[in-house]
Design a protein around this ligand. Structure first.
Ligand SMILES: C[S@@+](CC[C@H](N)C(=O)[O-])C[C@H]1O[C@@H](n2cnc3c(N)ncnc32)[C@H](O)[C@@H]1O
Length: 239
């Protein structure tokens, strides 16, 4: 589906990304699989509350290798562009090994979730932080907010309330508050943002609301349909 400022693709983004022109994207903001299924000990059933879901989703079992995406990410990103990706502790080293040598700067931001899943057995820390790896070259777009707002740390609850889709429910739907913050810093109105792992389209919603264009891909038909509905609703609202 292609409309003004919005192109959506249902299918494997490994193929879709090849259709994007060289140096056409201002900001890659994405949330690829975390490969955390490898460490899961399964769901925990409890009598007094709903099950604790430890198995993220089938899509997270597919190996994701950041290095495999490097040639195409570098090809489609403008020299002044930024590349931000949500990731988890187990993939941080792979992101750094593959991308630090080809970008001037490699940093990370921590998203602290104020309402994480409790640790029922009180063993270990709660998983209350998620990482965003952030990369760019000299001359990149950068809208520095205040010193206070530019810590590499943001606090926000996980996506909930009216914002959280119920059908389909995506286990890792990202809160718009976090996405808006990143988009305001790393792009300008009119820029094109690309998310090859868009899930239910949260990056796209924040992008359109902030006057950016959006290209997104999602392999799962139900998530894709939900993203399409959400993004069409934003477009109608913005007319
Ligand atoms: C971490 S989730 C993204 C969630 C998203 N940020 C949101 O707020 O809804 C990763 C998504 O990537 C999708 N995915 C995995 N491999 C893919 C591929 N090769 N091409 C397109 N989508 C893929 C999964 O179906 C999943 O919805």
């Amino acid at each position: 589906m292609t409309k003004r400022n919005l192109t959506l693709h249902q299918g494997d983004s490994r193929e879709h990304i090849r259709s994007l022109p060289d140096a056409s994207v201002d900001f890659i903001l994405t949330d690829p699989p975390y490969n955390l299924n490898l460490y899961s000990t399964g769901n925990i059933s409890l009598a007094w509350r709903k099950d604790i879901n430890n198995d993220l989703a089938a899509w997270d079992g597919e190996p994701f290798d950041p290095a495999e995406w490097r040639p195409e990410f570098l090809r489609v990103l403008k020299p002044t562009g930024n590349l931000f990706a949500f990731t988890s502790y187990n993939l941080l080293g792979q992101w750094h090994a593959a991308y630090d040598p080809v970008f001037d700067t490699f940093q990370y931001l921590v998203w602290h979730k104020t309402n994480p899943v409790p640790k029922i057995y009180r063993a270990g820390f709660l998983n209350s932080c998620e990482l965003v790896v952030c990369m760019w070259n000299k001359g990149h777009t950068w809208n520095f907010k205040s010193q206070k707002e530019m810590h590499n740390f943001i606090e926000s609850p996980i996506c909930m309330g009216a914002e959280r889709l119920q059908d389909p429910k995506h286990p890792t739907q990202k809160p718009l508050r976090v996405l808006r913050h990143l988009i305001e810093i790393a792009s300008n109105p009119g820029d094109l943002i690309y998310d090859p792992f868009m899930g239910v389209g949260s990056t796209g919603v924040a992008a359109l609301e902030l006057g950016r264009g959006f290209v997104g891909a999602e392999i799962d038909p139900a998530y894709f349909a939900a993203a399409e509905r959400r993004l069409e609703a934003v477009q109608v609202r913005m007319v």
